[in-house]
Design a protein around this ligand. Structure first.
Ligand SMILES: Nc1ncnc2c1ncn2[C@@H]1O[C@H](COP(=O)(O)OP(=O)(O)OP(=O)(O)O)[C@@H](O)[C@H]1O
Ligand SMILES: [Mg+2]
Length: 375
């Protein structure tokens, strides 16, 4: 856990003084990722550098795992935090392996353990150890160096990571990949992470909470969903963009919006005539047809008219399967592509667990939005 308590940083004095952070108070809970977001010069790097005492705090205090950082040994404090700096900052005279080994060596790990750890980390950041282990930083691209920076920060398995635009130098395609890999890793490791970014997409993807700064002040600290749907000010809503409802669709999952007790469902053994009457009585446009909780497909009134037989013989298959884990954006995309108003949602074992529809998607977005109007 990292607690910032009225943290103010003033560089210089008198007329030329710059307030880099201004009475900033918030807490990063253990195991969570907080993304520091805001325009250039708003104080993100300064706040990160104060956290491991690379910069002093002018007023206020910072506590790490419950202890005031000023009462801790600087060396101990820094060994407990992996730090990925904004300009990569590998040691040019050390090989890639040598760079990653810095902290483990300080901690006096034995050579074999260090070598194994180096290879493990290089694989995690998708650099082949055979190729890169013994190279020097100048022999790597900026994006590759940045991956080494991430590996180095993870080397001694610190509880806390400070990451300053760690993927900024990597091209968009590889950046998405490394973000995904990092999210998978974090799901296992559960580090406490302070992550600086100026990219709203990256922030939404990586953050448990987003801290938005303007001119050194914290203007909002909330989950990505709330930042998007209930921006605290015009500055925040401008920063997150006019398409914030669409961004929320990428963030919410089908399970957040699905109808778990849909009524337009029928078992396959009913007759076409019974199904048609059921639809007409309830004014349903289509029915989802099940057998033993498996989705066989759907039927419309047109398909049933003048038919005898059982509904399961008349079904049309759904063109795609959706699970509760999928982003709402993908569900909406499937509806638009296939011109269907709703889709069945399957659980992990492929069983029917509900439906997702335009109406339910809109309802979930409006709920997020309207709670702000009630406050
Ligand atoms: N060592 C320093 N001496 C004087 N002013 C500084 C120093 N370091 C940072 N500043 C100033 O403090 C403010 C915040 O800088 P900081 O580097 O924290 O911004 P940032 O949010 O990380 O920006 P960016 O997105 O460009 O990296 C800026 O106005 C900057 O000029
Ligand atoms: Mg910075």
């Amino acid at each position: 856990m990292i607690e910032y308590d009225s943290v103010t940083k003033i560089f210089g004095a008198g007329k030329t003084a710059v307030t880099a952070t201004d009475s900033v108070t918030f807490t990063i809970e253990a195991g969570e990722t907080a993304v520091f977001l805001g325009p250039s010069g708003c104080g993100k790097t300064t706040l990160l550098r104060m956290t491991n005492r690379l910069e002093s705090v002018t007023r206020g205090s910072i506590r790490v795992q419950g202890r005031d950082i000023m009462e801790m040994n600087v060396q101990q404090l820094r060994l407990g935090m992996g730090y990925v700096i904004q300009q990569i900052g590998l040691f040019p005279n050390k090989t890639i392996a040598g760079n990653i080994a810095v902290v483990p060596r300080m901690l006096k790990w034995d050579k074999r353990r260090i070598d194994e750890r180096i290879d493990e980390l290089l694989r995690i950041v998708k650099l082949d150890p055979e190729i890169y282990r013994n190279r020097y930083p100048v022999e790597l691209s900026g994006g590759q160096q940045q991956r080494v920076g991430v590996a180095r920060a993870l080397a001694a398995d610190p509880d806390i990571l400070l990451m300053d635009e760690p993927f900024g130098a990597i091209d968009p395609i590889n950046r998405h990949q490394i973000q995904d890999e990092f999210l998978k890793l974090q799901a296992q490791l559960k580090k406490t992470i302070a992550f600086v970014s100026h990219d709203i997409h990256e922030a939404i993807k990586m953050a448990d909470k987003i801290a938005i700064f303007k001119d050194g002040k914290l203007v909002q600290f909330d989950t990505p969903e709330i930042i998007l749907m209930r921006p605290a000010s015009k500055f925040v809503s401008d920063f997150v963009g006019a398409d914030r409802a669409l961004k929320v669709l990428g963030l919410l999952k089908v399970r957040d919006a699905m109808n778990r007790e849909p009524r337009n469902v029928i078992q396959g053994e009913f007759t076409a005539e019974e199904a048609l009457r059921f639809m007409e009585d309830n004014n349903f446009r289509h029915l989802i047809v099940l057998r033993e909780n498996r989705v066989l497909g759907f039927v419309t009134r047109r398909q049933l008219k003048y038919e005898q037989g059982r509904v399961e013989e008349l079904v049309e298959k759904f063109p795609e399967e959706l699970t509760a884990r999928e982003p709402l954006r993908d569900a909406l995309s499937a509806m638009l592509m296939h011109d269907l108003m709703s889709f069945p949602v399957l659980d992990d074992s492929g069983g029917f667990s509900g439906t997702i529809s335009y109406r339910y998607i809109q309802k979930s977005i409006l709920e997020l939005y309207s709670e702000s109007q009630d406050d």
